[in-house]
Write a protein that binds this ligand. Sequence first.
Ligand code: AR6
Length: 169
Amino acid sequence: MSHLEVIIGDITKLEVDAIVNAANTSLLGGGGVDGAIQRAAGPGLLEECKKLNGCKTGEAKITAAYNLPSKYIIHTAGPVWQGGNHEEEQLLANCYKNSLALAIKHNIKSIAFPNISTGIYCFPKQLAATIAIATTLDFVKTHPLIEKIYFVCFDQDNYQLYQRGVKKS
Ligand code: AR6
């Protein structure tokens, strides 16, 4: 499906309308991709994030992108994997859905997702990839204004899982 593209690399370098940040509910920064985005965007980002009142798990908020080449950053808080009986799957799907819904509101046509929750939050990678691909495909079916969705993988495991998953879809 031409809407979805899998790439490997650093999401902070992408020239797209919006990149998505795998943040936490405080939106006040952290490690992983969040730390990389905060560092590359510069201090203005944290100042804007402080005014957002956090973000519930599965929800999404938008900011400017400051020193990044993208136009916006959509921040979403992924679920922490706790064994699978704490609505983790639904909450992860919500991250993708709510980020895409916010993108539509802001007329965003290209968006790049990191592999939300699969780092520090320990969500199983295969399951996360399946949810990410199914949820985004389902969304673009009814929202054709989103032209391109990039899955930006940072490790080979995820890269292979996503390539296989997108090929099959
Ligand atoms: N570009 C693309 N992907 C990246 C980059 C990058 N520059 N850096 C890491 N990744 P994680 P989480 C990948 O841990 O599991 C933070 O402290 C990484 O390899 O960043 O959702 C937040 O503040 C992995 O595949 O996010 C939260 O507290 C994916 O991004 C917590 O971590 C997500 O890994 C969120 O944990």
